[in-house]
Design a binder for this molecule. Structure first.
Ligand SMILES: [Zn+2]
Ligand SMILES: [Zn+2]
Ligand SMILES: [Zn+2]
Length: 333
């Protein structure tokens, strides 16, 4: 069973894997690319994954058989394990608990070479709808305090398989990165009685210099203090703390904003490796007034090195205003 261990100084949690731990010779193991012939995510290879949790399929097709459009399966190598109790314990000053959680893979398309730049908007809608469905289902499990949905695209961004997929990890603790945003938003709210994200969105829309995409419900923009070149956030214009509360019509406009923004990034940067993450309120939703869900996209164009690791500072060689200007000139609607 994996363990969750807390750093006593920074309060950061780390997951340590104890079953089949890797030795020095296992590094660096670079993931091997597959051409689809032996890809466990390709149609016809359904038996190579654990039994599916959910799928959207053609009529009259059976679970764990071809005919799906989006398929969700448990991760074969989970960072956290679904069964068991947390068993919080302390040894001396060290706190730990069992690594309980859910770790699922969302197989985004049956097409091994499909990508956000080539797939239809309807397919993107199916993907984001599957995110919302899984989010709402897992939120009912009281052991989980946070549900993280993310995508690694390209080996340099951490993807171990080429076949387009995203992942979901439900954790029994609130991640430190999220907590920092929650705390910052809370302080702003106590001072101004307004949501800081709503204020940011309002100011970005009125200034316009960092806007990348906009529709009825969503806006994509390069954040003022972008850490990475071409970092882009997509946020709902109306205040909403939890991604799980996204409504039917908003799923369509969200899919459209995600599709449009990624197509701009993929075209302008020539298919870069990238990560995206949905930041949403913790499951207990005590921060409904001041937290505001959003999706963060980080193209992996620079490497995080010593200065960043040592300081928490990021050096960004592309001002966000420049990034937005390049993306708007991409010719993608
Ligand atoms: Zn494949
Ligand atoms: Zn807000
Ligand atoms: Zn965030």
């Amino acid at each position: 069973m994996p363990q969750l261990r807390k750093d006593p100084v920074t309060k950061r949690w780390v997951i340590t894997i104890h079953e089949n731990p890797k030795g020095p010779r296992d590094f660096p193991v670079l993931p091997t690319d597959t051409n689809g012939h032996n890809c466990p995510f390709c149609p016809g290879h359904e038996s190579q994954t654990p039994q599916e949790v959910m799928s959207y399929r053609e009529p009259n097709t059976l679970p764990n058989q071809p005919g799906w459009r989006v398929r969700v399966v448990p991760n074969r190598y989970p960072a956290l394990q679904i069964e068991g109790d947390l068993d919080r314990t302390g040894i001396g000053l060290y706190d730990m608990m069992n690594g309980i959680g859910a770790h699922e893979v969302i197989i985004e398309t049956p097409d091994h070479h499909g990508g956000f730049d080539t797939m239809s908007r309807d397919q993107v809608l199916k993907i984001v709808t599957s995110y919302a469905d899984r989010y709402r289902d897992l939120k009912r499990d009281r052991r989980f305090r946070y549900i993280l949905i993310f995508k690694n695209s390209g080996a340099a961004a951490g993807a171990s398989l080429d076949h387009p997929h995203s992942q979901l990890i439900a954790t029994p603790i609130i991640p430190k990165r999220v907590m920092e945003e929650v705390e910052g938003a809370k302080q702003y709210f106590y001072y101004k009685e307004r949501c800081v994200f709503c204020d940011v969105i309002r100011q970005e829309l009125s200034s316009g210099s960092r806007i990348i995409h906009e529709n009825e419900n969503f806006v994509a923009f390069a954040p003022f203090a972008s850490r990475f070149p071409f970092e882009t956030w997509i946020a709902p214009k109306d205040h909403k703390a939890s991604f799980g509360d996204i409504e039917e019509g908003e799923l369509e406009t969200f899919a459209s904003a995600l599709h449009g923004t990624l197509r701009k990034l993929i075209k302008t940067l020539n298919s870069p490796p990238f990560n995206f993450i949905i930041h949403t309120s913790p499951c207990d939703e005590l921060c409904t007034d001041y937290y505001h869900w959003h999706l963060e996209i980080m193209p992996r164009l620079t490497k995080v090195a010593g200065f960043e690791w040592g300081s928490g500072f990021y050096v960004n060689p592309v001002p966000p205003e420049e990034a937005a200007r390049h993306l708007l000139q991409s010719g993608v609607a």
